[in-house]
Design a protein around this ligand. Structure first.
Ligand code: LRH
Ligand code: MN
Length: 389
């Protein structure tokens, strides 16, 4: 085995991808939420399914929770349940986008009583982190406007900053807040955190425990996301990714499915900045919805897509690229990058899985396990988990 292959395999073995609890539940669009047999009914069953993804891939040991979708009486018991299945609880996601009170905004709402309610929910999420041992509080706000003049754009930023400050000051020493931006939806004229620049500015205003999370589905078409990655890495403000892919808007499809080249370019910036390892502190999370496809194999496939993009990025001949870039050799620079991208890394990944004691083909191995059929037979009755929207 070449030295390069060993280096790549070592980096891939240390990779960590967090899966989202809500991807195991029912999801859909405003037109229809299609149910599926075997969908979990409780956060405990979501953890069971997430443990399957880790069991077959070896690199998905944590599960992000969403509150109140994953509310339980005893979060320590949920953490113990996870530990018994070889996984752990990850980022805690707040939800201030599904209450009638938040129609005109949550922390940006003109009504101080509603702002208080929203901020208290965010503070409750930090208390949950204290119980689950989670490092990250992930904040996404659907707050925005549908018509010009509907509210004062600058005053809404003041309200947002005030709430973020209160939550930031509540964070423990080892805790972080991840500020997520999104161009539009559900607001269709102005969103209060629409882009990386707005998220970045609020994080700088707050302090070092505030980092930006890049959801790959939250940009205007044509946005160069890897530029945002490179920029935030340089500023040491890239805290996490919400990986998914899209053809049009926030489609939340399997990461790498719509644009594997974009995912490679993103991972290339991560590798170039030596920010792949857990010590770099970036949380690589999936944020997806499997509206029509079987959920667990889709999430396994998504983890494999991130591994493939990462393996290709690790194969970029960095010295040759530096030399070509520094000498202004445009074609050679692009060729060095494309050479890595066009490399079939599946044999190397299959070998890595064999080394890790895993089946070289995790999706087929999961299908052969019969787990999907078992949960379809066992999980009868009760309310299937979903967004409750
Ligand atoms: C918003 C978002 C956010 C989550 C939600 C499930 O579009 O990306 O990260 O809270 O999806
Ligand atoms: Mn997201």
């Amino acid at each position: 085995m070449t030295e390069t292959a060993d280096r790549v395999k070592d980096a891939l073995r240390a990779q960590r991808i967090e899966t989202p609890s809500w991807a195991y539940g029912n999801s859909g669009t405003r037109f229809k939420v299609f149910t599926q047999p075997g969908v979990p009914r409780t956060p405990f069953e979501k953890i069971d399914d997430a443990a399957q993804v880790h069991a077959f891939t070896g690199v998905a040991p944590t599960v992000a929770l969403h509150i109140p979708w994953d509310t339980v009486d005893d979060y320590r018991a949920l953490a113990d349940h996870a530990a018994e299945r070889g996984v752990a609880l990850g980022a805690i996601n707040s939800n201030v986008f599904q209450d009638d009170d938040y129609k005109l905004g949550s922390v940006t709402n003109p009504d101080p009583r509603i702002r208080r309610k929203a901020t208290d929910h965010l503070l409750d999420c930090v208390s949950i982190m204290d119980q689950t041992g989670s490092r990250d509080l992930k904040l996404w706000f659907s707050d925005g406007l549908n018509y010009p003049g509907q509210d004062n754009l600058a005053r809404r930023q003041d309200r947002l900053a005030e709430a973020l400050r209160e939550v930031y000051d509540r964070l423990g020493d080892d805790q972080r807040m991840l500020v997520e931006y999104k161009l539009f939806e559900p607001a269709f004229y102005a969103t209060d955190i629409p882009d990386w620049g707005t998220a970045f500015a609020h994080c700088v205003e707050l302090g070092p425990k505030a980092q930006v999370v890049i959801d790959t589905g939250h940009h205007a078409p044509g946005t160069n996301i890897e530029f945002i990655v490179a920029f935030l890495l340089r500023q040491k403000r890239l805290g996490a990714f919400d990986f998914n892919s899209r053809f049009y808007a926030d489609d939340d499809l399997m990461v790498g499915a719509a644009d594997p080249f974009q995912l490679f370019r993103i991972m290339h910036e991560i590798v170039r900045a030596d920010a792949l390892g857990p010590e770099a502190g970036i949380a690589f999370m999936l944020d997806q919805c499997h509206n029509i496809e079987a959920k667990i194999p889709a999430i396994i496939r998504s983890v494999l897509n991130v591994q493939e993009a990462t393996a290709k990025a690790l194969l970029v001949d960095a010295d040759a690229l530096d030399a070509a870039q520094d000498s202004g050799d445009v074609l050679e620079s692009n060729d060095v990058l494309m050479d890595a991208y066009n490399t079939d890394v599946r044999p190397l990944l299959a070998e890595l899985r064999t080394d890790m004691g895993l089946d070289p083909d995790p999706v087929r191995a999961y299908r052969r396990s019969g787990y999907g059929d078992r949960i379809s037979a066992d999980r009868v009755g009760g309310d299937q988990a979903g967004w409750g929207a």
